[in-house]
Design a protein around this ligand. Sequence first.
Ligand code: GDP
Ligand code: MN
Length: 387
Amino acid sequence: MKLHEYQAKELFACHGLPVPGGETAETVAEGLAVAERLGYPVAIKAQVHAGGRGKAGGVRLARNRAEAGEALEAILNMTLRTAQTGEQGLPVRQVLVEKGVAIRQEFYLSILPDRASGTMLIIGSGEGGMNIEEVAARTPERIARIHVDPLAGLQPFHVRRLAFELALSDVQERSFFDLMTGLYRAVTENDLLLAEINPLVFTADDTFLLLDAKAEIDSSSLFRHRDLAALRDDTDRDPLERKAARYNLNYIRLDGNIGTMVNGAGLAMATMDLIKRAGAAPANFLDVGGGANAVMIRHGFGILLADPRVRAILINIFGGILRCDVLARGVVEAARATAVNIPVVVRMEGTNVEEGRRILADSGLELINAVDIRDAAAKIAAMAGRL
Ligand code: GDP
Ligand code: MN
């Protein structure tokens, strides 16, 4: 679960980290009131779940009321398109108005669990800011990576090494230990999958400040962070993904046009490979889970049918806990409720498969039965050729 910048800053401030003062606003008038209270200059920043806002015009500095009004007007009416938002962009509903800061140096700093090495990975660079991707691509040696054993935790030598790699001055190094300790604790205590500060700035009055902040919380840990769960803002999320989440379906939108509904993440991955190999592309990942019931099947199928890009559907279910007759009834109900005008291939195997097949055959619907996974692939391949 992603947090907005202002939420991430509040979270980090609770761990003693220095952030610029500011408040959110949803209208120009509200924004101006905040700016007047803070005093100029102010930074006005779009609050959307995507980075790269600065380059896309989503972050502006204002030196007076007139500039602030203009910036607020522009940003609050903007659909932000950045490298991270996709083509359709994200409408800006909220801005953060912050006290403007005189920057002396911009650093990049992030902490994330690194699955490959089983460690907490700290990434830092003395060349932070809006061009960090270019720095990483052109001069990777300017990016420091430090692995921290999660059981031993962050140690002074990690911080000293990072300070050395970032070529910090004596003044900077003095407050760096507290900063790193606070950030590391913020990550571990809140089960963050990512904390990214870009830029961490060293200001004209010689202090560090988290000028930007990104935080992503492990959704699986929300049961033990009730306060953080309340920070969820789904308005930026794909509408079909949001709908799927309401019914406990694991749905992720992809680029292709073959809708898929599968039970079990492993079988779902294998099914997507199968579709790719057949020369087509999946429109989504949808794992209805091992214990899906007819209602979940109906909603899952409904979500696939609601996607205008989907030209054919492949249902691949192994009936273990989920019985094939239950699946078949869910599919038939959903198909009856919606006028299905695209081909649907069903491959199922397992408990009560005979009854399941009979329900599909008797439904009067034009469902294409696949006898096994190979047959399903062949049928989807044939269809992909015709799409
Ligand atoms: P991002 O582009 O989405 O990562 O948004 P950031 O919050 O990182 O802002 C982009 C850039 O705006 C930063 O890298 C800074 O250079 C600049 N910026 C943001 N706030 C201030 C500020 O208060 N003062 C100054 N001088 N620059 C700022
Ligand atoms: Mn940034």
